[in-house]
Write a protein that binds this ligand. Sequence first.
Ligand code: DTR
Length: 336
Amino acid sequence: MIKRTMLFGTMFIFVIVTCLSLFATVAVAGKITLNYANFPPAPTFPCVQMERWKTEVEKRTSGQVEVKTFPGGTLLGAKEMMDGVIAGQADIGNICMAYQPGRFIVTNATSLPLGIGDARSGSIALLKLYEKYKPEAFKDVVVLTMFTNAPGNIMSKQPVRNMADLKGMDLRASGDSATILKAWGANPVGMPMPATVEALQKGTVKGLFSSLEVMKDFKFAENCKYITMVDAGIYPFAVIMNKDSWDKLPADVQQVMMDLKEEQAIWTGEYMDQQIKDAVAWSKEEQGVEVITLSADEKAEWDEKITFMVDDWIEKARAKGFPAEAIIKDIKAFIQ
Ligand code: DTR
């Protein structure tokens, strides 16, 4: 009798252990790991949004998906990001579209001077534009979200109080922001944001034109003691995923990611807008930075100098077969 009980007991334990280890194998086998590449350093807003996305995806898939993040260009750099993701060197990547102006014609139209006032409205307008036109440029990837930074302002070592002060000044900018600077008489120097740190230290550039959160995130306030408020030109970003990696995901995981698409765009826009307020306060209080505001007349003159960009873009985009006027009209409507 005792022998039989022992036998049943042993069998019972065996069955339980087998079930548990089987379950564990399924759980491990079902675990999905995705590599997410990003080009700027970890404390900057494109990487902060990446960490937030990772946290949300891991939480909403109850740990079935693990996202491994690679900030600072450790997996792919700014300019190789798009092709690297298409080739599968990373499952997911974050691109700044302005770094490849000719490649993302439709979505880069958001960086024209069209009146985007902050990152929240810019991010919503950009994503809506993408959804409406589904540009060819993204045909080889799956778009997980899009967002923009806030409008650009001038950060410089010397004060810029009027357009004459800007004449010939070497300032870092890319894409349409470079065109804006040129129209104002500055000398734009193109390079991705991470390269700007060294360029400023070495004196290759005398400042930069971008959203102001970088004063704190990149500590540019240590070099640039002046901000001139011009509020012009945003940079559009996209988070893209390799198509094969996407196709391998179970439908419920894909759904989690698609549900996050718009939410993530808005979250990032709001985060960036708040970062700007914090960075400007920190720059003034802790770094003695002066914020220069142009008079209304002066500002009108600066704005006037860059209106030609929209017409230029329309002409070029139309020549390439894009419904250029409709795109501009849509962006303006989406900002509202
Ligand atoms: N202004 C663009 C985009 C940008 C703004 N903030 C950051 C931070 C990190 C990377 C890029 C950006 C630019 O100047 O590149």
